[in-house]
Design a binder for this molecule. Structure first.
Ligand code: PHE
Length: 445
């Protein structure tokens, strides 16, 4: 096995994984769709009660077992029963997510180039730039998808310390600088106050049960939970690190980036009197149009913005590769090179099929029950697999791991009260919350 993380390396890499497209792209548009302030409050509660609790749980499992996400549960369980080798499900869900995550990062590369060459100036142009890209420009998408997967392979081959840790050491500070710059700029806009109001003044009438499900789903996704990532990263964490402190730190960084991105994006949107409910097209249609209206200065802002998105995306993508790579190395005793190529090869092909499912030419044959393959992949992972994983992890730690061992391990880092709160959350609150949300979903359908 290659060398593990340095102490700061884990925090950096876990933050790099957590801070991704989910923060800068998805959080603002989901907030927009769910009416702003009230959703933000629910989201913060979901992060604090559910996200952070499971993050600590996954980190514990990884750190104690020091093995891949499939074997880890069995290692840590009371019974050592083979049935606890279910983690492969999580790893697989992660691989599916990475397949589409990779070509979305490809879109971002396309937009960086667009920012240099010329941004749209009318809504028609802006919409058609995006729709043309995803429905017609198969070659362009595959080219960028290839670049992204190749970059992941390059980093993945170097391993945890020389690849992942180093990458994060460079990209995370760059990301912070760009976001800070964009935030400063958005403060100079008149719309800044309106953005703050939209993000932090709750209007409860906009909240539906679906908004709550969206908040919990987003909490999982944004903290990179339910895919074996935190387990895998924690398995390479130095033995004496305080995994609870690290978890809190990562959750704070991740939430701050989401909130800051929201403020930046809504300031831009409101400056141009654009709608806050633009959905997934927010970043790829509304923003480029706004930047396009600001002339050359807008191009600079656009480049900075899409670079931030790119850096955030790449550090998350490499984290999604590692659980499968580590699993294959340990389970089948193969080299890192082989494990990396097998995983990346699968992602590469699945990604291409998924992007074809949105194209004009192949869309119909890759659409099932009214949803494109891409939509299915997103739905089955983000809305179904991640909460199921979270549910199993919470039941596992709540009932199938020796409580006294847990208590002892926690006690070197936190007091008994904190342990008891965490334990109550993982044993009762998290599983019940996830179950209720699921039942509600089923009843609605
Ligand atoms: N947490 C990342 C984000 O917010 C996405 C991600 C999901 C990364 C799953 C790894 C695993 O974008």
């Amino acid at each position: 096995m290659t060398a593990g993380f340095s102490r700061i390396g884990f925090i950096l890499a876990a933050s790099g994984s957590a801070v991704g497209l989910g923060n800068i792209w998805k959080f603002p548009y989901v907030t927009g769709e769910n009416g702003g302030g009230a959703f933000v409050i629910i989201y913060l509660i979901a992060i604090a009660l559910i996200g952070l609790t499971i993050f600590i749980a996954e980190s514990y499992i990884g750190k104690e077992s020091r093995s891949n996400a499939a074997a880890a549960y069995q290692d840590v369980s009371k019974s050592k029963n083979k049935n606890w080798r279910w983690g492969g499900f999580q790893i697989f869900a992660g691989i599916i997510i990475l397949s589409f995550y990779a070509f979305i990062i490809g879109w971002i590369i396309d937009y960086i180039i667009l920012s240099f060459t010329g941004l749209p100036t009318t809504i028609k142009e802006a919409e058609s730039a995006f729709t043309t890209l995803i429905t017609k420009e198969i070659g362009t998408q595959i080219t960028f998808h290839t670049v992204v997967v190749a970059t992941m392979v390059y980093i993945g081959l170097k391993g945890v310390k020389d690849g992942i840790e180093k990458l994060n050491l460079i990209l995370m500070p760059l990301l912070a600088i760009i976001l800070f710059g964009l935030l400063m700029y958005s403060m100079t806009l008149d719309s800044f106050g309106k953005a703050i109001e939209f993000m932090f003044m709750p209007d409860w009438s906009k909240i539906t049960p679906d908004s709550i499900l969206a908040a919990v789903g987003q909490a999982f996704f944004t903290l990179s939970l339910g895919m074996g990532i935190i387990i895998t990263y924690s398995a390479s964490m130095s033995k004496d690190s305080n995994f609870i402190k690290s978890a809190v730190f990562v959750a704070i960084v991740d939430t701050s980036v989401a909130l800051i991105s929201g403020i930046i994006i809504f300031s831009f949107l409101f400056a141009a009197a654009a709608k806050s409910t633009a959905g997934p097209g927010l970043v790829f249609i509304s923003l480029p149009l706004i930047f396009g209206g600001w002339g050359i200065f807008g191009q600079i802002i656009a480049i900075a913005f899409f670079c931030a998105l790119l850096f955030a995306g790449i550090t998350s993508a490499v984290s999604l590769l590692e659980p499968s790579v580590r699993y294959l190395i340990e389970r089948f005793k193969i080299s890192r090179i082989k494990a990396t190529f097998i995983t990346a090869g699968f992602i590469y092909i699945m990604g291409i099929i998924a992007l074809l499912s949105m194209s004009e030419d192949y869309g119909t044959i890759l659409t099932f029950f009214g949803k494109s393959l891409f939509d299915w992949m997103d739905y089955l992972t983000s809305s179904i697999a991640l909460p199921i994983s979270g549910f199993i992890t919470s039941i596992f730690l709540g009932y199938f791991v020796d409580k006294n061992i847990l208590k002892t391990k926690f006690s070197s880092h936190v007091g008994v009260l904190i342990f008891n709160i965490w334990f109550a959350l993982i044993r009762y609150v998290v599983p019940v919350a996830i179950l209720l949300l699921f039942l509600n979903k089923l009843c609605v359908i």
